[in-house]
Design a binder for this molecule. Sequence first.
Ligand SMILES: Nc1nc2c(ncn2[C@@H]2O[C@H](COP(=O)(O)OP(=O)(O)OP(=O)(O)O)[C@@H](O)[C@H]2O)c(=O)[nH]1
Ligand SMILES: [Mg+2]
Ligand SMILES: [Zn+2]
Length: 304
Amino acid sequence: MTPDELKSGRVLQAFGKRFIVQAADGTFDCGIRGVFRIAGKGQSSPVVVGDRVEFVIEQPPYGTITGVAERKTKLSRPAVENPDFEQVIVANVDQLVVVAAADKPRLKLGVIDRFLLAAERSGMSGCVCINKIDLDPSEKYLRAVAIYRAAGYSVIGCSALTGEGLEKIREIMQYRVSLFAGHSGVGKSTIINALQPGLEIKTAEISSATGKGVHTTTAVRLHPLGFGGYVADSPGLREIGLWEIKPGELAGLYPEMRELGGRCRFRNCMHIGEPGCAVKDAVARGELATERYEGYVRIYDSLG
Ligand SMILES: Nc1nc2c(ncn2[C@@H]2O[C@H](COP(=O)(O)OP(=O)(O)OP(=O)(O)O)[C@@H](O)[C@H]2O)c(=O)[nH]1
Ligand SMILES: [Mg+2]
Ligand SMILES: [Zn+2]
């Protein structure tokens, strides 16, 4: 093998031990050869969707992956077969686009917080899309917009139905790898389909019985975008991210608390009830949203 037979590409899809790899000159169906350096021990697969890989072509369109580049970011959860193992769901995502709905299903800030924490934890940047604003004529969702902007995130109010705000979403997605996350039924697939007609990601009707979405999207898959970049839709992912966060780590995952933390009287202040707490002072002064702080306390308590 000569070095120029070695190709590089990006894994778009995984089917067990076969991977769809996109290279500059086409898309290949690759297996894995031998044992190469695995990005971290205890991981359930050496190659995951989003990986940058080196591969050789056996007989087009078939190839063999011979190496994986170090991952810039990774989103993981405990492996289903063995919770001590880390299962990387997707690698090298630049940003997590957290989608919530202004209504149907009801807007829950706690859910947005948890996904943003997962983004911070995984090394991705986070941004928030509040979809279905057509269902909120009194614009109650604007409070959430203000909260997350104050926390330092990009926030877009949008409607996949009317098209409002979609151009802004396209702008933040261009030339980057984005993963859409959020509860089932908030409209992730509908937004992606509207941005890139032709992808035709399956969407679901809201269950008329429960008002909740029915899960339609199953495995993570990267879609190349015509306007530049990639997008991955994800299943209703409930269990992402908060895995293994230690209580002492939590405040550091809130951008607006990070800098305040250094000003507390105690260096190891958890911002719960300690005297001289700069975080609680900021809440009292209205500089840090009560909703964010109360959410922090709830999650802190749940981490035990
Ligand atoms: N009124 C309104 N309905 C919307 C909007 N966006 C999506 N919907 C509807 O909401 C329902 C759920 O949309 P999906 O795109 O399937 O939701 P999802 O987030 O992909 O859900 P999962 O794949 O289950 O995680 C569908 O009936 C959509 O037509 C919107 O902006 N306004
Ligand atoms: Mg979907
Ligand atoms: Zn404090």
